[in-house]
Design a protein around this ligand. Structure first.
Ligand code: AOS
Ligand code: ZN
Ligand code: ZN
Length: 388
């Protein structure tokens, strides 16, 4: 039997990090849709994120993206976040949005471009120092489009050199999270295309280097929970960029496309103790809301992760282990499916009520009047990717 008190206590400690860029206008390469009330400044993005925390109680940090969230005074931005009851989370670097990076950033064949990219990454560590952030998230769009375009091995050497320089700059309690992605924007080779490449670089660089799993960055059919189990076992899973996808890197709401996959991932997280704060795993969202209202979409996403986590915590581990050890294939599968098929929503509503939160965060936000207020107050909200 699962101890429901222990489940509740684990859920009370859960922390999900929101991306500042989820609150800005976004779209596809075909159209960015403008919406009323979207933030005009990093401060307003943080204010919106604070609303998600206010109603869910489990979204206490906001990831920033540089340069989209550039400000003059980062310590003041961190203080602004604290005033609103949240804190600054991972600093996301951006070495993909400049003409100089057409052929790559840290793996570019020209040393001058590599230097420029590295300088940006080091400047992001300065921002971590100023904000108290502990995580630098590195995603490189680097790669090639055509066979022969550049030397695959040389690009790995350049990548290793840049990562080592970043590692050397990181202070006590700081780390980098290296993100991999199968393809896009490069279509022939990508310099960090998969978890194995990210893992191999991180292993060489020691404890300050960890892998981040963006759930939308794999080939269709990839068993992501296996990757999660493996990386956790090696102590190399630094965090998640949660989102869901039907086709490629769709950045849709986590748990929307495949809630069962999210449950399977969270089952491996719980199995490895990753749900405990001491694990150091960052549970971040990396999403864009092109057609849906942004704050409710973030609330929905946080609740989806919470529901999957609750189901994973409900797995009767003793019964599962007994079935596994006796080769009871159907019994073991049944234990897992019983947990997945449990409707945890009433349990979570009670948990919120106990914490003084509204049992229904979506309805509470709708009733709060916040959306009407920002729709009226904010004129000229910016596109997510052009906040600076
Ligand atoms: C890009 O596909 C990645 O998911 C990155 O995490 C990226 O930095 C993020 O989407 C914000 O730009
Ligand atoms: Zn990502
Ligand atoms: Zn992505």
């Amino acid at each position: 039997m699962t101890d429901l008190g222990a489940v509740a206590s684990a859920l009370r400690q859960q922390a999900i990090e929101l991306p500042s860029w989820a609150f800005g206008n976004s779209g596809t390469r075909f159209k960015v849709f403008a919406r009323a009330g979207v933030p005009r400044t990093p401060q307003e993005k943080i204010a919106d994120a604070a609303q998600v925390h206010r109603h869910t109680g489990i979204a206490p940090s906001v990831a920033l993206h540089i340069p989209w969230d550039t400000v003059d005074d980062y310590a003041a931005l961190a203080a602004h976040a604290r005033d609103l009851g949240v804190r600054v989370g991972a600093i996301n670097s951006n070495v993909f949005q400049d003409d100089d990076y057409m052929l790559g950033s840290v793996t570019h064949p020209d040393a001058k471009v590599r230097r420029k990219a590295l300088d940006h990454l080091l400047a992001c560590v300065d921002i971590m120092d100023a904000t108290g952030s502990t995580d630098l998230k590195l995603w490189f769009s680097d790669g090639t489009n055509y066979p022969g375009q550049d030397d695959i091995r040389a690009r790995q050497d350049r990548l290793a050199e840049a990562l080592a320089a970043v590692r050397d700059r990181l202070g006590e309690g700081q780390r980098f999270l290296l993100e991999y992605k199968l393809f896009e924007p490069a279509f022939y080779t990508t310099d960090v295309p998969d978890w194995g490449t990210a893992y191999a670089h991180c292993v060489k660089l020691g404890d300050k280097a960890q892998v981040v799993v963006d759930t939308g960055h794999h080939a269709p059919g990839t068993n992501i929970e296996f990757i999660v189990a493996f990386l956790m076992r090696e102590g190399k899973l630094g965090g998640f960029d949660f989102n869901s996808r039907f086709y490629a890197d769709d950045d849709l709401m986590v748990g929307a496309a495949d809630p069962f996959q999210l449950f399977r991932i969270m089952h491996e997280v719980v199995r490895g103790g990753g749900h405990l704060a001491s694990s150091g795993i960052a549970f971040m969202l990396d999403q864009c809301h092109n057609i849906e209202p942004k704050i409710p979409a973030q609330i929905r996403s946080v609740l989806n992760v919470q529901e999957a986590t609750a189901k994973a915590l409900l797995v009767d581990t003793a019964a599962l282990e007994a079935a596994q050890l006796t080769g009871d294939v159907l019994g073991a599968n049944g234990v897992l499916m019983d947990a997945y098929n449990t409707d945890v929503r009433p349990f979570l509503a009670d948990l919120r009520a106990e914490q003084g939160l509204d049992p229904d965060p979506m309805a509470a936000f709708a009733r709060s009047g916040y959306q009407d207020r920002i729709d009226a107050e904010r004129v000229g909200g910016r596109q997510a990717g052009w906040g600076a």
